[in-house]
Design a protein. Structure first.
Length: 199
């Protein structure tokens, strides 16, 4: 059976979805992250970053998608995702990627106490062997197998005492790291979109 995680299927699902991104209200900030996809023989993979540990960063030391706050210079959130990805890992999505569409934005309330709506922007990486140059904000770049995630084979439960969290939390295993929290929610929104629209 052919996997539903094909670039053309994903692009169609993104184009046909009904979005319900939270309305931005005064005092809220906007941010965007890049979900960068690349087909491989072993299945579709996505690029993740392990954020460097940094004082004042509510996602310090966690797995994430490259991205950040929208700045005044950004024409839109697609531009935010492109700019932040180039700054954080040296990947120029204008040259090496093709924009596929956006997921519904998620309202995030990190421990720092600021109000933020994060909208994932989806890209297909169309150039092989692009060198990645992580900056000081990124400890490591990792690739996760999305076929293993959507099937449940990569699903795990993990403890995160270093983030002052008690108990276990669901996540996806990527190498020795676990994608959990906000990024886990984004990935599940992505998989739900594919299941609903491609099923």
């Amino acid at each position: 059976m052919r996997s539903s995680l094909q670039i053309e299927t994903i692009e169609s699902c993104l184009a046909n979805q009904r979005q319900a991104t939270p309305k931005i209200v005064p005092g809220q900030r906007e941010a965007a992250v890049a979900l960068v996809l690349q087909p491989q023989v072993s299945g579709l993979r996505a690029l993740f970053i392990l954020r460097a540990k940094k004082e004042g960063d509510p996602w310090s030391g966690q797995m994430a998608l490259p991205g950040g706050h929208r700045e005044a210079i950004d024409a839109d959130l697609v531009e935010t995702a492109r700019r932040e990805t180039q700054e954080e890992i040296g990947l120029d999505l204008n040259q090496a990627g093709r924009y596929l569409g956006a997921l519904t934005g998620i309202r995030a309330n990190p421990r720092a106490g600021f109000d933020l709506v994060v909208t994932p922007q989806v890209f297909a990486l169309e150039v092989e062997g692009v060198p990645l140059r992580p900056n000081e904000e990124v400890a490591e770049v990792l690739w996760g197998n999305l076929d293993e995630m959507i099937s449940g084979r990569a699903l795990t439960d993990a403890r995160f005492p270093e983030f002052q969290r008690e108990g276990t939390f669901p996540g996806y295993q990527v190498g020795e790291q676990v994608v959990w929290g906000l990024t886990f929610r984004m990935m599940n929104d992505f998989f739900d979109l594919i299941r609903i629209n491609a099923g």
